[in-house]
Design a protein around this ligand. Structure first.
Ligand SMILES: *Cc1c(COP(=O)(O)O)cnc(C)c1O
Length: 385
């Protein structure tokens, strides 16, 4: 295979540590649905799903049917897939054929699903998503009763797999009043459901933040995304955890991802010369610079121009000038014996130095999730211990 200009390594040990942490936190008897939308938050669905299965995960959530198909191609037969978002009408038969669970957030869709299930001769596995105050997707309150009645009547073809909603912003203490109201609304609906004497297999409400910080949102399933990749959902949730365990800091979460490339070329630049496009960087003294074989088209944020660092021989090398489409340059004047082909760490650890995704993104006001999910799927991913 022709070599790509960078590579991503994924740590199996780190994933195991993160999931064990989640398991300890939520306690026994609660199923974890591993959220792998956005190409597993940029880690890569194809390597990540089997990695998660190795640690005992057997349920995966995605945002679209297209992503569900990617999971379908790499998961083991025992694992389930749940689509939380877009599934086009014409793909409903495909979902039913492949036992893919999906959200229902409007009543009208049920008739079509029923028709498909009858035709195929297989049950459709449905999660009824209700509106609780986030105003994204979710069944409006007035469609709740007739939806449950419809499901009950057509149990032969429709399986009531889940009952769920989504909290909009459990990450932040400042929206706690809103989250409390959402939780209350959902609890009321769960009560109403009980009076209908028709129960789903799973009730789920919590994503990473709520599953860590709000025990009453865990029910019997949680949908955890960002936490399993080793990132706190927010500083508030991290401080919540510190308070709970009585510590001043806790490095319990492990980053799974390391992003690497190698030195493409080296050159000397004399004082006064400019590096790269325009006049963004002028050498103040004689310098040695190393050329990196990737740029913003490869997922390296252009906002890092003249700001970020990479690691070479365990030392920080500052970016000099603009991030180009496929190249950028770094200062290696202070690092002895750098050679073409030497390993460069863009994100992650090298010897005793580390470049965190957060330090990488804080300076340029980019969300961790945004930076990660933009890593092109073309970058090859390798699983390491
Ligand atoms: C993305 C998403 C999650 C996971 O969120 P994290 O904060 O990454 O844990 C859970 N549920 C739904 C509906 C989502 O869209």
């Amino acid at each position: 295979m022709v070599r790509h200009s960078s590579r991503i390594e994924l740590s199996q040990m780190a994933l195991k540590a993160n999931l064990n942490f989640v398991r300890r936190k939520i306690g026994p008897g609660i199923r974890i649905s591993s959220v792998v939308k956005a190409n597993a938050y940029g880690h890569g669905i194809d390597p990540f799903v089997p990695m998660a299965e190795k640690t005992g995960i057997n349920h995966f959530s995605v945002a679209s049917a297209h992503e569900a198909n990617e999971v379908l191609l790499c998961k083991s037969p025992e694992s389930s897939i749940m689509i939380m978002g877009i599934l086009y009408d014409e793909d409903i038969p495909w979902a039913i054929e492949n036992d893919i669970e999906f959200y229902i957030f409007n009543y009208d869709r049920l008739k079509l699903v029923l028709e498909c299930a009858k035709k195929i001769g297989k049950k459709a596995l449905l999660h009824i998503e209700v509106e609780s105050g986030a105003n994204r997707t979710g069944l409006p309150c007035d469609e709740f009763s007739k939806t449950i009645t419809f499901l009950k009547r057509n149990q032969k073809h429709l399986k009531f797999e889940g009952f769920c909603s989504h909290l909009g912003g459990a990450e932040s203490d400042s929206s706690k009043f809103k989250i409390d109201a959402q939780v209350k609304t959902f609890q009321d609906m769960v009560k109403k459901l009980k009076t209908k004497k028709f129960s789903p297999k799973y009730i789920h409400l919590a994503s990473s933040a709520a599953s860590l910080a709000y025990p009453n949102t865990r029910y019997n399933m949680v949908r955890t995304g960002v936490i399993q990749y080793g990132f706190w959902p927010s500083p508030d949730i991290y401080y919540h955890h510190l308070h709970e365990v009585g510590k001043k800091s806790d490095r319990i979460l492990k980053r799974i991802i390391t992003w690497k490339t190698d030195v493409m070329d080296l050159r000397s630049v004399s004082a006064g010369q400019f590096i790269g496009y325009g006049t963004a960087y002028q050498a103040e003294s004689d310098m040695t610079i190393a050329v990196m074989p990737l740029g913003y088209s490869n997922g390296y944020p252009r906002a890092q121009s003249n700001k970020g660092h990479v690691l070479i021989h365990g030392k920080k090398a500052a970016i000099t000038g603009l991030i180009n489409m496929n190249l950028f340059m770094v200062n290696v004047t202070h690092i002895p014996d750098v050679k073409v082909g030497d390993e460069v760490v863009l994100v992650g650890r090298q010897k005793n130095s580390v470049i965190r995704v957060s330090s990488f993104t804080e300076s340029v006001n980019l969300l961790n999730n945004e930076m990660l999910s933009r890593l092109p799927s073309a970058i090859p991913r390798y699983v390491v211990k």
